[in-house]
Write a protein that binds this ligand. Structure first.
Ligand code: FES
Length: 113
């Protein structure tokens, strides 16, 4: 049971990213969080290409002009609805989504995640 928030919503710029650690089945996994207005989506911060984290410095992510998340390691690009790689070395693969919800001004793992 996860009883603490991952991050407060106001720590994520609208249209921007943040990182958080999430307890998933007893393992702390690194997450990349993307804010889209009042909605937040989250994925494990591990690129399906070579398993690197996508940020170039802790919590610092690249976003292309056309709104794609860019892996800092080798430039794979991911759309920000489903986390699918739409360009680069792992095209067609996807980031691993983690279910989160926004509640009381913070981002939480969805119960049962
Ligand atoms: S590890 Fe992300 S593109 Fe290679």
């Amino acid at each position: 049971m996860n009883t603490s928030a991952l991050i407060s919503l106001d720590r994520i710029v609208d249209g921007g990213f943040a990182v958080a650690g999430a307890d998933l089945d007893g393992d702390i996994e690194p997450l990349v969080l993307y804010r889209d207005g009042d909605d937040v989506r989250a994925w494990i911060n591990v690129c399906p290409h070579a398993g690197r984290q996508l940020d170039w410095a802790p919590g610092q992510f690249l976003k292309s002009k056309d709104g794609l998340l860019v892996c800092a390691a080798h430039g794979a690009t991911f759309e920000l609805q489903g986390g699918e790689c739409v360009g680069g070395p792992c095209r067609g693969e996807s980031l691993r989504a983690v279910e989160v919800e926004v509640r009381d001004g913070a981002v939480w793992l969805k119960p049962g995640s």
